[in-house]
Design a protein around this ligand. Structure first.
Ligand code: NAG
Ligand code: NAG
Ligand code: NAG
Length: 501
């Protein structure tokens, strides 16, 4: 059964995985039905937009102090469990950012149980297809060291538990596997249900694990610990940080016309005499891959061929389990349920006042429709860069084709940008919003429902569009929002991870 499904999925996955970002995509979109700009009237005005210097200066100004500061240490003396109750093992699904939250929760669960955590196992995701381990992505020694006074963590299980592998749990029902953890379980649930297993077997494997620890009614110290893991213990391995730093450096101090790097054949940027740049840049996270496009069930203007291709993909991957497909495109748009296309996010940025000298770094794995779709965005923002345009293939060799490592580089660059914006409210967006809130950094949160409605109105003029967009985003530039019940502390870290200064 499993084999059959895997075989069915492979052609689809391969077709979409290796679409290079900066080259015309050899996808189903032929020239005739390539997506044309859908909002050509707005686009035409946007290309000719004029922005005042005052408006520009205001946009790039860092956020003012909002009266909160990071606060992740325990109020009481940290207590290290003296007699570990046994080992906790977790297997984490999803892409990098979902796994990140899983790691934070795993540390918290180990603490709740006074158990020893084994470095989490990262599952290979069917979309991202990356087998990178925790050690390939995160600095494991730093991780253990930051948490050393509070939680016992080991890189590997001791020999007596050699049998406790992913395969062992995948092949039969095992008494020490906890399989039925409810979504958002309480700390007491783990004490009642996992502790007895630890006591009997010395090890408990919890899978599935993601999103299984509640955000509400948690002891304050456990919340703080989750924050500490997310914001302090998890740092990327040096090779990811080094590549990220090189990209950031090239964004802040763009090379001169006579120098060439990456696709632009820059050679040695560190020694090169740099052209005077403004130094500021925006990171735009654009998750507009086939998977996302298909899952949203929205119409992205690629005509009949695209519609059919997405419907087919939807059928193969989710077998009719996509909730959105029962709504019309218009309904989905006005509810804000469609990811913004590269054209739409470009119009948003232009309306907010970013001019055509804005340096835009595209944090993106692949863009469905390829260069055809990107070109509209490029017409609004000619200084459009990405990993590929800013580095050489030798520099990228160690992360090539590895979705999690590529995402990690984008995460790192995103954390160092003046402004971050995401075209769809997914895991990367949430992780970034949370982490940047923690550091009081500017993050624009698109008002998806407003934009969806505006884009449906074909008679709107550019000044009307611009005014409504600016008004509708006044409080969406990084102003602190307190976490509401059931919301994630990783997206809304105030007040759980922060104190009133
Ligand atoms: C940027 O916009 C200005 C003002 O509309 C225009 O004169 C200029 O040609 C544009 N530059 C590019 C590279 O598109
Ligand atoms: C864990 O250890 C702390 C402090 O030693 C203790 O108060 C708590 O009851 C223990 N919890 C469990 C589940 O054993
Ligand atoms: C479209 O925008 C115009 C101009 O603001 C407005 O008069 C009209 O009512 C809008 N149409 C719809 C369907 O919202």
């Amino acid at each position: 059964m499993t084999t059959v499904i895997v075989l069915l999925l492979l052609p689809v996955l391969f077709a979409s995985l290796f679409t290079p970002l900066s080259h015309a995509s050899p996808s189903i979109l032929s020239e005739q039905n390539a997506p044309k700009p859908r909002h050509s009237k707005l686009l035409k005005s946007a290309i000719q937009r004029q922005t005042s210097h005052e408006k520009q200066a205001e946009l790039w100004m860092p956020l003012v102090d909002q009266g909160w500061k990071p606060c992740v240490e325990s109020d009481t003396l940290p207590s290290f469990p003296e007699n570990s109750q046994g080992y906790i093992q977790v297997f984490l699904d999803g892409g990098l950012n979902q796994q990140r939250m899983g790691i934070c929760d795993a540390v918290a669960v180990a603490k709740i149980l006074n158990a020893t955590l084994v470095i989490p196992y990262l599952e290979v995701n069917s979309v991202w297809q990356d087998s990178s381990t925790f050690l390939d992505i995160f600095d494991v020694d730093h991780f253990i060291n930051v948490l050393k006074d509070e939680v016992s963590i080991v890189k590997e299980l001791p020999d007596e538990f050699f049998w406790s592998t992913r395969e062992y749990y995948a092949t039969a029902i095992r008494a020490n596997r906890i399989k039925t953890t409810p979504i958002h379980a309480s700390a007491n649930w783990y004490i009642d249900n996992v502790l007895p297993v630890l006591e009997s077997y010395g090890i408990a494997a919890i899978a599935p694990f993601s999103h299984r620890l509640a955000f509400d009614n948690m002891p304050k110290d456990i919340q703080r610990l989750r924050c500490k893991v997310n914001f302090q213990a998890l740092v990327f391995v040096p090779r990811i940080r080094e590549l990220g730093d090189a990209l950031i450096n090239r964004l802040r101090y763009p090379p001169g016309d006579d120098e060439v790097v990456g696709t632009k054949h820059f050679k040695d940027v560190s020694n090169a005499k740099r052209k005077q740049g403004t130094g500021n840049f925006v990171v735009l996270h654009l998750r507009f891959d086939k998977d996302m496009a298909a899952h949203s069930a929205c119409d992205f203007g690629g005509g009949k061929a695209e519609k059919l291709a997405l419907a087919k993909y939807r059928q193969v991957i989710w077998q009719g389990r996509v909730l959105n497909s029962q709504f019309t495109d218009e309904e989905l748009r006005s509810q804000g349920r469609c990811p913004l296309t590269p054209e739409e996010i470009g119009l948003l940025l232009a309306a907010l006042g970013f001019d055509n000298t804005t340096r835009l770094y595209l944090a993106s794995h692949k863009v469905y429709g390829g260069e055809v779709r990107i070109s509209t965005l490029r017409s609004l923002f000619p200084l459009l860069e990405n990993k590929k345009s800013l580095s050489s293939s030798e520099e990228r060799a160690s992360i090539k084709g590895k979705a999690s490592l590529l995402a990690a580089v984008d995460y790192y660059v995103g954390m160092h940008s003046d402004i971050f914006i995401s075209a769809s409210p997914g895991n990367m967006h949430n992780a970034m919003v949370g982490h940047r809130t923690y550091q009081n950094l500017k993050t624009i949160r698109p008002n998806m429902a407003l934009l969806g409605q505006l884009f449906l109105n074909k008679s709107l003029t550019w000044p009307e569009f611009q005014e409504t967009v600016v008004e509708g985003h006044k409080n969406r530039h990084g102003q602190i929002r307190l976490r509401k019940s059931e919301q994630s502390i990783y997206t809304y870290p105030t007040p759980d991870c922060m104190c009133n200064a």
